[in-house]
Design a protein. Structure first.
Length: 80
């Protein structure tokens, strides 16, 4: 349900890094445990390598609000 919205947000905010992790993959179990991921989907926001916010559940409105809140400003493509 949330996957198409997540995909659209990654297109809408190309200056933001969007990453998906398959929590059923044994290779990432330490990441799942370290970040206390107990529900799917869980969204975790980082700024400067530091975790700043997270939530679990399919909440498209909250997801976009937090992307907008934590996104760096887009890089300007205008000539000086």
């Amino acid at each position: 349900m949330i996957a198409p919205i997540y995909s659209k947000l990654s297109t809408k905010y190309p200056h933001v890094s969007f990453v998906k992790i398959d929590i059923d993959n044994n290779a990432v179990q330490s990441t799942v445990t370290d970040h206390s991921i107990t529900g799917v989907p869980t969204f975790v926001f980082y700024k400067g390598g530091r975790r700043v916010e997270s939530f679990s559940g399919a909440r498209p409105d909250l997801l976009e609000d937090l992307v907008r809140k934590h996104a760096p400003p887009p890089k300007s493509t205008a000539a000086p």
